[in-house]
Design a protein around this ligand. Structure first.
Ligand code: P6P
Length: 341
């Protein structure tokens, strides 16, 4: 059962547009551009949801026959999601530049359109390898202010540390379609009502519960982990006898695993190992936006030695180890790594 404090069961019906606009009122200097950008992302989520919830019916299952910059086979829905977000945002005049996990380089704004002050980075469909098995997948987005002055945005605009995020969030396409975002004043979740095509406030002020229930890690790789991570895992399972172990839940879809732990309390970790010495997950498209959400909800995210949000990105598709969830659980991982590795 979801934490009842986190799910709206009565009171006013608040659309995401109204919530974003009210958030904007708290910033008199706001020009409304960020509000419109967040609305554009919500619209992209509706379009993508219309595809993912009918995947088996519109023959988009299976591979697109292409391989992306990550060396992963692209699923057709990957391509659809990427094109939906790109085409909804490439002409609005709100962005200086975009970058997608599915594109090797930054995505410039055409000279036919004006540029704006924001930078959008996104993973259009994370967990897409699960599409054929009807396991929840998601979109992850990160919004920064451009650092370059005028003209087309540049690579450095897309290599900002997470501490500089203006807003971030994710959509989950699962048993329902949920959009979770933060613009720096807490975390809110909106559930799509497909009958009216509106995201309605369903999870106001999400806070990660103090008493965690789950841990999420692919223990199929455990023998590849460092001594510190293996010891941490035994601690999580209650080896020290001093505490009840946590239940293991691992879907293999980051957005689904993260969201469950955000609402129920827990930790997700994808450490570096001898196969992925830098870690598997991407700093700019996955770790930073989710770390922003985690900290806004009272949690924490680390690469095992320091806060994810403090890492200065060096490359657009840089990978990182990721430990994210309840602060004390993530800090415990840092301690095991510090003492054992
Ligand atoms: P593994 C999906 O491909 C993804 O990028 C994340 O969504 C997920 O958390 C992770 O990889 C799963 O990786 O190696 O456990 O299958």
């Amino acid at each position: 059962m979801l934490n009842s404090a986190q799910v709206v069961t009565s009171g006013p019906i608040i659309t995401i547009e109204r919530h974003i606009l009210e958030g904007q009122l708290a910033h008199p200097e706001a020009t409304g551009v960020l509000t419109s950008l967040l609305y554009d992302i919500a619209l992209a989520g509706k379009v993508i949801a219309s595809q993912t919830t009918r995947a088996g019916l519109v023959q988009v299952l299976g591979k697109a026959g292409e391989v992306n910059v990550q060396g992963e086979e692209q699923m057709k829905l990957d391509v659809i999601a990427d094109q939906t977000i790109t085409r909804l945002n490439d002409h609005t005049g709100r962005l200086a530049v975009m970058a997608s996990e599915e594109h090797p380089d930054i995505i410039n704004i055409s000279a036919n359109y004006p540029t704006g002050k924001y930078v959008l980075l996104f993973d259009p469909l994370d967990g897409s390898s699960n599409i054929d098995y009807t396991i929840p997948v998601g979109t992850i987005f990160a919004i920064y202010q451009r650092q370059s002055t005028g003209g087309p945005g540049v690579l450095e605009d897309c290599l900002q540390p997470g501490r500089k995020l203006v807003a971030a969030g994710y959509l989950i396409y699962g048993s329902s379609t949920l959009l979770v975002y933060s613009a720096g004043n807490g975390v809110a979740g909106f559930t799509l009502d497909p009958s009216v095509g509106e995201f309605l406030l369903s999870h106001p002020n999400i806070r990660i519960p103090e008493n965690p229930r789950y841990y999420s890690a692919n223990q199929g790789y455990q023998l590849r982990w460092s001594k510190g991570i293996q010891a941490y895992t035994r601690w999580i399972q209650g080896e020290d006898g001093g505490r009840k172990g946590l239940s293991l839940r691992y879907v293999g879809s980051l957005v689904a695993d993260f969201h469950r732990n955000l609402l129920a309390g827990g930790v997700f970790y994808y450490p570096a190992d001898n196969k992925n010495p830098q870690g598997k997950l991407r700093l700019q498209y996955e770790a930073n936006p989710l770390a922003f959400i985690a900290e806004q909800a009272g949690g924490y995210a680390s690469n095992g030695t320091r806060p994810i949000l403090d890492v200065q990105p060096e490359r657009l598709h840089q990978r990182t180890p990721l430990f994210i969830g309840n602060r004390f659980l993530v800090e415990k991982a840092e301690e095991f790594i510090r003492l054992n590795d």
